[in-house]
Write a protein that binds this ligand. Structure first.
Ligand SMILES: [Zn+2]
Length: 290
């Protein structure tokens, strides 16, 4: 199977440093393996979207010469595929409708765990659909973070596949599209390490292949907060592409090739890629703002 990696930004703002790190690492890994690198826009949550950010992110990637091998896949156009996956889970008895309000759920310890809704059926409104999560551990070997083990029922409970307002759950959309794009390895930040067992469980229930996973350290600010959560997480300055790439390469513990242009920097960095210094590292200081 040829290597296929991807970068899947959410259009909730411009490309910031943490996203650049994930984009660059996944691009380098794909090029190092002589594979393909695909883009996906995770635009399934319109209320959280910031107008113009999809085009701003894609333009920044282009300026940085992080070229993709196909046009980006937009999750907002993939509703029928997600509906098909939900129908499959419903047909196999893995999904159940939930009419709980937030306060109903809070009374029940804030999560479903018993594979059925605790609220009465309502005919006047649409239910959410949840996955009936079986008891038992999901384990996987992460490319940087080592062996991971999680009991999804304990950690997340019966999680949402589709919300009452028709919006799709992130885990379902991600799993359906990773399979659709034939992704063989997912390279992304450690903030999603915790989501991976839910995604593997969904792959197993849907009969989809499980890609390899490699979770990168998160960039932290000087106060030790996740950089992307800081109110002041600045957009990456792409005016000097070589400088932006150099700062992300240093974060990834890679030497910065001496080359005048971004394309050469990327080519050399991909050839020499060695992520082993990041083994077991879940967080690092981001770029200095000095
Ligand atoms: Zn419920």
């Amino acid at each position: 199977m040829p290597y296929r990696g991807r970068f899947a930004p959410s259009p909730t703002g411009e490309l910031h440093f943490g996203s650049l790190v994930a984009a660059l690492a996944s691009w380098l890994r794909a090029r190092n393996r002589r594979g393909q690198w695909l883009l996906r826009v995770d635009d399934i949550d319109p209320p959280r979207e910031v107008a113009g950010s999809t085009s701003a992110i894609l333009a920044a990637l282009t300026q940085l010469e992080l070229t993709a091998d196909a046009p980006p896949l937009q999750q907002s156009r993939r509703g029928e595929a997600y509906a098909q996956a939900l129908r499959q889970l419903q047909g196999d008895g893995h999904a159940f409708p939930c009419w709980c309000s937030r306060s109903d759920l809070e009374a029940a310890g804030a999560r479903h765990r018993d594979g059925r809704c605790i609220s009465a059926r309502r005919d006047d409104r649409e239910p959410a659909w949840r996955l009936r999560v079986p008891d038992g551990d999901i384990t996987f070997d992460d490319g940087l973070q080592g062996t991971q083990r999680q009991n999804v029922r304990e950690a997340a409970g019966d999680f949402v596949l589709r919300r009452p307002d028709g919006l799709w759950g992130y885990q379902l959309a991600c799993v359906v599209d990773d399979a659709f794009q034939d992704i063989t390895e997912v390279v992304r930040g450690c903030d999603l390490l915790d989501s991976t067992p839910r995604q593997i469980l969904l792959q197993q229930l849907l009969g989809l292949p499980t890609p390899a996973y490699l979770h990168l350290p998160l960039a932290m600010d000087a106060q030790g907060r996740k950089l992307s959560k800081s109110s002041d997480a600045p957009a990456v300055d792409t005016a000097v592409p070589r400088a932006a790439l150099a700062s992300a390469l240093r974060f990834l513990a890679q030497p910065v090739p001496c080359a005048p242009d971004a394309a050469t920097v990327l080519r050399v960095a991909a050839r020499d890629l060695d992520l082993s210094p990041l083994r077991g590292v879940t967080a690092r200081a981001g770029p200095s703002t000095a």
